[in-house]
Design a protein around this ligand. Structure first.
Ligand SMILES: [Zn+2]
Length: 232
């Protein structure tokens, strides 16, 4: 239950000033978040807040230490006014320049051109949280090792037919990172029981899990380098 809801009027205050306003900090939850409109259905905002509170402590403490803010919107462009109209098709945003995450209840469906309710808001939230986690850790997705693991996973001939969701060479590392991060969260919190993505990218998923659980990656690095040395 949200105790206090702050309403941001974006025409009155730019985003940079929004953070100075009082945001929801119910039950000492470390990350500032706000339900930005009374139009959002209670069921949707409840689902998002619940998913937010199930995030691991490592993630919430990192995001909180970097002053991240999460804005739960009816539509993204209601709140993120500066986004071009192509963002009508999106349900989530991570804006690194503002350390801000937005998730929306509704988006414009690209195919039907209908306003559509997001039926998996937890997934959308965790994908954007994945971007923020990656960014605040100084982008491990772009340091090379992560994509080496993605490629090792993808090009294993026993798994090549299971990739489906990604064409590895044409997808940005940060998107692959965020998507795998989201599935790790969904499985851990029992939103889903099984993930094709985690099954298809076990080493890349382990890399992200170790970051979440703060396990030393030393042994992992050594083994990966040895393995890579054998590849043509
Ligand atoms: Zn993304």
């Amino acid at each position: 239950m949200i105790k206090k809801v702050s309403i941001w009027n974006p025409t009155a205050r730019p985003l940079s000033n929004w953070k100075r306003q009082r945001l929801v900090r119910a039950n000492n939850f470390p990350i500032s978040y706000a339900i930005t409109s009374r139009e959002i259905s209670k069921s949707q905002s409840d689902r998002l807040v619940r998913a937010l509170k199930l995030l691991p402590e490592r993630v919430t403490s990192l995001l909180s230490s970097k002053n991240n803010t999460i804005l739960i919107c009816k539509k993204l462009r209601d709140v993120f006014k500066y986004l071009p109209s192509s963002w009508e098709f999106s349900v989530g945003i991570h804006d690194p320049s503002n350390h801000t995450i937005g998730v929306a209840e509704e988006y414009l469906d690209m195919f039907s051109r209908q306003i559509t309710k997001d039926t998996s808001p937890e997934k959308s939230l965790c994908h954007e949280i994945g971007h923020a986690f990656d960014f605040e850790l100084d982008r491990p997705s772009e340091k090379g090792e992560f994509m080496e693991l993605v490629k090792l996973d993808a090009y294993d001939p026993t798994k090549i037919n299971k990739i489906g969701r990604f064409k590895v060479q044409s997808t940005e590392p940060k998107e692959i990172f965020a998507e795998i991060f989201a599935d790790i969260m969904l499985v851990r919190n029992a939103y889903i029981t099984q993930s094709d993505l985690l099954d298809s990218f076990p080493q890349a998923a382990k890399f992200i899990e170790d970051l979440i659980d703060e396990k030393s990656s030393m042994q992992h690095d050594v083994m990966t380098k040895q393995l890579l040395a054998w590849l043509p």
